[in-house]
Design a protein around this ligand. Structure first.
Ligand SMILES: NC(=O)c1ccc[n+]([C@@H]2O[C@H](COP(=O)([O-])OP(=O)(O)OC[C@H]3O[C@@H](n4cnc5c(N)ncnc54)[C@H](O)[C@@H]3O)[C@@H](O)[C@H]2O)c1
Length: 249
């Protein structure tokens, strides 16, 4: 069975980054018109250019509610929203006493509140259209603990999972599904490469041995899971969190 998203408009946040780019390319390959959005307009444009003529880009900071509402007003009805923008913003683990309110707020803003803003912006159109798909990128860190022990990040991703479940219940009567993909560690960027190298040989071996399939995943592994939730194949699936992590106990 082929997945066809022809005629659908998708919006992907954080589309200039490693996973966002793969997600945008796979949605576009299935026929969707994709708006690649990122706080970094240049990387968003590069993704859109690679994804093809049906794709557009938009410089968009998901933490700026007014900007998100304005962007969606320009896009029109969004059939598929992928809330992918996020990350640890370069913060590293420190004892809990020294985690600043600014760090906590910034990490929550991009990972959780940004997803809320985008959802609030697209739901009127989805309700009027009689359906829609929302896919939130959470993380293993929100289910277990963050490998880099960044507590604000793990807590913000746990909030994304809770947001997913609550929105699935609230928006189900309008035919809108809300699901989450929770990736394990995926080495897709200069940042993740630094993280991988920082583990050292022993740490890398231990990480691989903690994965049932004994290999790291790819951005495409994550994109395929997003595609499933975005497609008709998942028409009666909502409120679910799919771990894409190669298996972990
Ligand atoms: N790579 C992994 O190992 C991994 C694992 C689990 C979850 N995730 C999650 O997947 C998502 C994508 O991660 P990635 O590895 O591709 O990271 P990345 O850093 O390569 O991409 C993140 C993108 O988000 C953009 N961004 C940051 N702040 C933004 C904002 N305020 N508004 C809009 N865009 C913003 C960045 O410019 C960047 O292009 C993130 O939510 C991340 O937490 C990643």
């Amino acid at each position: 069975m082929e997945i066809s998203l022809a005629g659908k408009t998708a919006m992907v946040t954080g589309a200039g980054g490693g996973l966002g780019r793969a997600i945008t390319l796979s949605l576009a390959a299935c026929g969707a018109s994709v708006w690649a959005c990122d706080i970094d307009g240049k990387t968003a444009a590069a993704t859109a250019q690679t994804a093809g003529t049906r794709c557009h880009s938009q410089a968009l900071d998901v933490t700026d509610r007014a900007a998100v509402l304005a962007a969606v007003a320009e896009i029109g009805t969004v059939d598929i929203l992928v809330n992918n923008a996020g990350g640890g913003l370069g913060y590293t683990h420190r004892p809990i006493e020294s985690v600043s309110p600014q760090e906590w707020a910034a990490v929550f803003d991009v990972n959780s509140t940004g997803a809320l803003h985008c959802t609030q912006a697209v739901t009127p159109g989805m309700k009027a259209a009689g359906g829609g798909r929302i896919v939130n990128i959470s993380s293993d860190a929100g289910i277990r603990t963050a490998r880099n022990r960044l507590v604000a990040y793990g807590a913000a991703k746990a909030a994304v999972i809770s947001l997913t479940r609550h929105l699935a219940e609230e928006l189900g009567p309008w035919g809108i599904t809300v699901n989450s993909v929770a990736p394990g560690f995926i080495n897709v960027s200069a940042r993740t490469q630094r993280q991988w190298l920082a583990y050292g040989e022993e740490g890398q071996k231990a990480l691989l041995e903690s994965i049932h399939l004994r290999r790291l995943g790819s951005a495409d592994d994550v994109a395929r899971a997003v595609l499933f939730f975005a497609s008709d194949l998942a028409g009666w699936v909502t409120g679910q969190v799919l771990s894409v992590n190669g298996g972990r106990s």
